[in-house]
Write a protein that binds this ligand. Structure first.
Ligand code: ATP
Ligand code: MG
Length: 234
């Protein structure tokens, strides 16, 4: 098998962040919406087995599978799933509790990327605290070949308030290969609707009232610009 990475094949996108509540699920929902609207065939690998919120929101729009990344077997399944879906972009949604499993078994995926012929593109979602960065450091050691982007979640403040990250050596290392990105905050009440009604962004745009829809479209335009910077669509 050809062991070079084919840059024309859709990547495997992993949305991580280690910590609970930093916005991994919301970024994964935004990414699925972005790829779908660009006509990219997309499948979801959901790893939050206790709260599969991203899968619940998108399962009737795209093919989804759920695996347990806390086990070696779960990672084998992810690799095989990526192999079986070479024609699709794979969005891997992870949960905070997967961090140990990612560190322990993530190399299973890392070591097969070349053979799969696929790039691993990581969106690492952070808040303004130090542990977000510690976890990123651990993660980047597990996946040295991944293209990593850090996503400053606007829920936690304006980009200039992420001072620990701004002043870190880690940022320099990230920006040598990837980018630091800014993810816009969505109005609370719309974010709450997405969550409580288990809506994908597409469904929310179709079903929510005009005011909420206007806010969704504003937010969508922000993340379209963000993802376009790193998916070659800019
Ligand atoms: N940019 C944002 N704008 C508005 N609300 C947000 C944003 N990011 C996250 N939230 C809200 O913050 C909460 C946590 O977000 P989310 O569930 O995406 O985090 P998570 O990292 O997936 O958490 P977990 O580790 O529990 O899976 C949710 O209520 C979500 O709606
Ligand atoms: Mg989540």
């Amino acid at each position: 098998m050809n062991a070079t990475v084919d840059t024309t094949v859709n990547p495997i996108y992993l949305v991580g962040g280690g910590k609970g509540g930093v916005g991994k699920s919301v970024v994964a929902l935004a990414l699925v919406d972005y790829l779908q609207r660009r006509g990219v065939k997309t499948v979801l690998v959901e790893n939050d087995t206790s709260n599969p919120d991203v899968m619940r929101a998108v399962h009737d729009e795209i093919e989804c599978a759920s695996f347990d990344l806390d086990t070696a077997g779960g990672w084998i399944d992810v690799v095989n799933y990526c192999d079986a879906h070479r024609d699709a972009a794979v969005v891997v949604s992870t949960a905070a509790r997967n961090q140990d499993g990612v560190t322990r078994y993530g190399a299973t995926l890392g070591s097969t990327l070349a053979e799969l012929g696929r790039r691993l593109v990581v969106f690492w979602v952070i808040n303004r605290q130090r542990d977000s960065l510690e976890l990123l450091r651990q993660f980047s050691e597990t996946f040295p070949d991944a293209i990593m982007h850090v996503v400053r979640n606007g829920l936690f403040g304006a980009p200039e308030r992420f001072v620990l990250y701004r002043d870190s050596n880690l940022r320099k290392a990230i920006e040598a290969k990837g980018r630091s990105l800014d993810f816009s905050e969505l109005a609370d009440r719309v974010a709450d609707d997405l969550r409580s009604q288990r809506l994908s962004v597409r469904k929310a745009v179709e079903t929510l009232p005009i005011g909420q829809r206007a806010e969704l479209l504003r937010w969508r335009a922000c993340y379209d610009a963000m993802f376009a910077l790193v998916t070659g669509d800019a």
